[in-house]
Design a protein around this ligand. Sequence first.
Ligand code: SF4
Length: 459
Amino acid sequence: MLKEKKSTALKESPGTWYTRKDISYIFTARGIKDDRLNERLAVARIFPFKATEHVLSLINWDNYKTDPIFHLIFPQPEMLSKEELDQILNTPENELPEVINKIRLTKNPNPAGQEFNRPVLELEDHEEIVDGIQHKYEQTVLVFPERGQNCFAFCSYCFRAPQFWGGENKFSERTPERMISYLTQHKEVTDVLFTGGDPLTMKASELEKFIIPLLENPELSHIQNIRIGTKALTFYPQLFLNDPDTDKLFSLLEKITSAEKHVTVMAHFSNPNELKHPDTIKAVKKIKSYGISIRSQAPTMRNINDSADIWAEMWQLQVKLGIIPYYMFITRDTGPKDYFEVPLAEAYNIYIKAREKVSGLGHTVRGPSMSCSPGKICVMGIETLNNEKVFILKFLQARNPEWQERVFFAEYDPNAHWISDLKPAFGEKEFFFETELKEIYDKKKEEFSHSLIINLSFG
Ligand code: SF4
C-alpha cells in the first residue's frame, strides 16, 4: 500500500512516497548537498514532483546529476527560463499562486487539440460534452476515471500535468454511466484505453466499476480490447506482487480474460534502467502468466534516452521479457519540452540506428511518431527527391480515417521538433490535410457551443 513519507528513517518500503516538500530531505538523507536545490524547488512549484522509494532506489546517487532516472523524476533548473525562475524565487509566498498559474498557462497544457477529442453524448432531451473521455481515432476511446488521475510518481516531462493541477483543463469522469451510454451509441469502437494519470492508482474495486460493464453489458459486446495505461512497473512494481490490493487487481484482470476480452498493459519505459529491478522483472512475468500482454511506449527525451544504444538496450530487454516494443514518440509540444526535446532528424537517426542493433523481434516499434492534432505522424525517412531534401512522413493514425497510411513530404529542417515547425515540400502551400482539419475543428466548435447552449437552457 502506498503511504506518504512521515518519518526521517532511510529504510522505507518501496511504496513510500515523497512530494515537493521532501526534496531537501531526499538529498540530505543521502549525505548530498545539492548546489541547485533552490532552483529545483522553484521548478517543482510549476511541474509536479512525486517519487516513490522504489524509483529513488533506481538512481545512482554517486552520479545523480547525469543519472537518467534522476532526470526522469527530479526537477531540473533548465526546465524553466531564467526569467521564470527569478520570478518564482523573488515572489512572496502569498502572491505565488497567481505567478504559478500564469507560468503554467504558457506551457501549452493540453497539446494536440485534446479538448476537441471530448465527445458529445446524445441524450433523450439534450446533448452534453463528456469531459472524461477522448475519442479521436475511430476504434479507440480513452477513459479518464476521476480516481485514477494521479500517478505513483511523476515524470519530470509529464505531458499530462494538468491532470494533477486541477482546474478546467482536466479530463476526468467520476462514474462509468456516461462511458457506458457513449460506447452503447458507438459500435465502431473496439478498444477502451483507461488512462490518466495512472488508472492503477485506483483501488481495484473502483476500477472494476468501469470495467465490469464492458464485460457484462450485452450492448457493449463490440468492445474487444481493454488497455490499461500505467507506469506502475517503473514507479511501484510491488503493486503486482505484494500490495494489499494485488489479489483484487489480478482477480479483476482474470475477470476480463475469462470474458474472452483481450487485456494489454500499456507500459511506459523511458530507459533500460527501469526494467532491470528484480521486482519489475517479477511483476512483468506475473502479468504475462495471466495471459495479459504488455506493450511499451515512451518519448525520446534529452538526458533520459537520447541515444541509439539506450533504445536498442531497452528494446532488447523488453523482447527478452516478452514485452512488445510499441511506440517511440517525439517529445510532445507541452510542459518543459524545450529542455527535453530532441529534433525530428536526430530522433529519426536514433530510431534507425537502434533498429539496426536489434533483431526483427524488436522491429515491432513504430516511430519516431508525433502524437499531434491531425493524428500520429511518423517520420519514415529522410531522402533527397527531385533535388530537394525532405522528410518522408506518414499517418499511423488519423483524426480522419481516410488520411491513415497516407505518405506526405515536408522540407528537411534539422532544427524542426514538431509538425508545426515543418513546411510542405515541393513548393506546396499546405499539407494535404490542413484545410480539412480546419473544417473538422470548426464543426467541433459549433457542436461544443450548441451543447453548451442546450445545457444552459436546461440549467
Ligand atoms: S506516467 Fe504519464 S501521466 Fe503519470 S507523470 Fe508520467 S507522463 Fe505524466
